[in-house]
Design a binder for this molecule. Sequence first.
Ligand SMILES: [Zn+2]
Length: 272
Amino acid sequence: MPSLVREKKDNIIYWRVAFLEKRAPVKAVFSGRSGGSSRPPYASLNLGLHVGDDPAAVMFNRRLVAESLNLPLQNWVIGEQVHANRVARVGYQHAGRGVFEPATAVNGVDALVTAEPQLVLVAFYADCVPLYLVDPRRRVIGLAHAGWKGSVLRIGSRVVNRMVKEFNCQPADLLAFIGPAVGSCCYQVDNRVGQAVKNNLPWAEKVLTSDGPHHFRLDLPHTNYLDLLAAGLQPEHIGLASICTCCHADSFFSYRAAAGVTGRQAAILSLE
Ligand SMILES: [Zn+2]
């Protein structure tokens, strides 16, 4: 069974996270870049309101995705995404945060957890790592945005710990999916990032390889995989997309491939 299944609906293309949807009562989706109304360099299904695109085009795109997936926009909850590791527990009272105005996003967080059905956790990416977490027993979900900073700060573990603390989840029950993100093939980092990885992650040598003087290649998806294992997840409960967004910049927005100015795709996770 493929862990991601490509679908085309209403002219937009997205990927269903079959790894999670087959095992738990959730909708789990990763959007692509095709079928929206944004113009270059945001063409065309840009879902990020904070990247310089025309807000009307972004809202059109968000509505298109919401309608295609039957996940109403007013139920979406969006975090601010500041490349740190804070996690917010959200509920119905947060519905709509960050959806119509970026300023209303849940402040200072890169991850959201909830146990409320129909609430839709949404986060945005262009190479950073999407982490989906689901507890099918206690019906709890979490969604995180892990760039290199969040990965070094072990945001995946932080989400797991929060699910344990708030909802009494057991890590061995949790399912996780690591979505499309920049692969080590395309992710050269400098000495500053390399040192941060070495100083903070016990598994640094497994994810960092030398790439010439003062440079490394960093495997961000694998870093997050190892973090989730360290948090107590079972290896067979962790799915990996193993798709590099930079190698596939025709299908996905890639910050690296676009040298900085581009749109954002979304990870979308909701309990049924
Ligand atoms: Zn690549």
